[in-house]
Design a protein around this ligand. Sequence first.
Ligand code: F1P
Length: 290
Amino acid sequence: FMAEEIASQPGHWRRAAALAGEVGDRLPREGRRVAVVGCGTSWFIADSYAALREGGGFGYTDAFAVSEFPASRLGAYDEVLAITRSGTTTEVLRLLADLRGTTPTTVITGVPAAVADVADTVVDLSVSDERSVVQTRFATSTLALLRAHLGADIGVVADQAERVLGEPVDPRVREAGQFTFLGTGWTVGLANEAALKLREASISWSESYPAWEYRHGPISISEPGRVTWMFGDAPEGLSDEVTATGGTFVDDDLDPLADLVRAQLLAGALAADRGLDPDQPRNLSRSVVL
Ligand code: F1P
């Protein structure tokens, strides 16, 4: 399923962008102080959106892994936006219940029935739900919806993703054994998500950092056979520093969300190379329910 779901993303992003026009009144309004939460992939999407919203001047926006939402902030936000594909993740349901009566909550979900009675408002993205355990399409469509709500032209990004889907995985990258993903601002979440995709789908060794932090220690492991992959524009000089170690530096001028599709394709290719079925990932289930 994962390969089909990856390939279907451009069409789903266009649909999600259209949906943003219809459900815009349920999404965070300008000037409101908002917390965005999720677990796993949904947390990374929350993190990207929070950086975009705050960076775009739409209002203070914090992102949390649900388990790390501080109890001291239960009444601190004008609203809380939760992202959960399954609608059944225990931490999400517990936080929504704890916020009841103090803070308005909205949930973007692939399974509205599961969360309808714990959230005040539901944004139904079931059209982009998936059969895979490893999330790709639901997460990226959620970000496409949220970016469209902030005014981004998702059509251009979807066109780029279509081009990426038609290209083979770079053999230099595919042959590498270890992967470091970097981002700045909203692309830090995408770097974290790319690293997670490689772990989940292909049990690869991967890590991720804010790009400027990479120089403060992690670059020590760069060497031939290791890839450093930048989402968005690289800090000045970074490409040369990585190349000087013999490592491979990957950076392109794609929209970072289209570049994430390239990382998803890499995860699928690495799984195939290792004889793994990304639809049966080791130690994982579709949602973590206690
Ligand atoms: C969150 C999540 C997934 C992850 C795994 C376990 O699910 O952490 O991101 O891939 O399958 O659950 P959800 O709350 O978005 O359904």
